[in-house]
Design a protein around this ligand. Structure first.
Ligand code: ATP
Ligand code: MG
Length: 179
């Protein structure tokens, strides 16, 4: 029996300086998987294996593939390393291939907005990806600092606003909540 496919899929953006962008994308993934869809998440600028979503996908969610294309260390906006640039570009080329092949119904480009803001990848390439994606592939772009050009070409943009975050009360990142 053939599995369900989306039609007239859209481009969503989750941006802003509050917590909840990557986890919103993962929630959207869970919902889609429940209906038989397949999800591919490419995590830009991330290389740590500590994220709970990696373990969850591997152990429990065969319909969710997560690939990281970044180093474990923070990227310097002013002075990114060559490896940071190379990995971001490789990530984009993997995403291009995955989207073009059309096997996955939902493709999440996690933190791509930050990769764009840091000039690790070219905004025109991402716009081209948006414009040429197959009709049945829904795209989600996450991360702070989304460029205006991406907003113009998106169908849905949610801006998560920081009102409070425990980090500013001195609470460090918590396992299972922040990672
Ligand atoms: P999450 O992955 O929890 O959904 P996010 O994707 O919205 O968060 P990012 O901007 O990607 O947040 O930041 C990554 C990490 O920084 C997350 O662990 C998140 O909890 C934390 N974080 C998010 N917003 C803030 C903030 N305003 N101040 C400090 N830490 C934050
Ligand atoms: Mg995030």
């Amino acid at each position: 029996m053939s599995r369900p496919r989306l039609n007239k899929s859209l481009v969503q953006v989750y941006t802003g300086n509050g917590k909840g962008k990557t986890t919103a994308a993962l929630g959207q993934a869970l919902r889609a998987i429940g209906h038989g869809y397949k999800v591919f998440m490419l995590q830009f600028m991330k290389g740590s294996k500590e994220y709970g979503e990696l373990q969850a996908a591997e152990k429990y969610l065969p319909s969710l593939i997560i690939v990281q294309s970044g180093l474990e260390t923070f990227v310097s906006k002013e002075n990114p390393s060559q490896a940071d640039i190379d990995l971001a570009r490789q990530g984009l080329s993997t995403a291009q291939k995955v989207i073009r092949e059309g096997h996955y119904d939902l493709v999440i480009l996690d933190e791509i907005n930050v990769a764009l803001d840091f000039n690790l990848v070219d905004v025109e390439e991402v716009l081209n990806l948006i414009k040429t994606k197959p009709d049945h592939v829904e795209l989600i772009l996450t991360g702070r600092y989304v460029p205006r050009k991406i907003v113009e070409h998106a169908d849905l943009v949610s801006d998560v606003t920081l009102v409070k975050h425990p980090y500013y009360q001195g609470v460090p990142a918590r396992k299972g909540i922040e990672y």
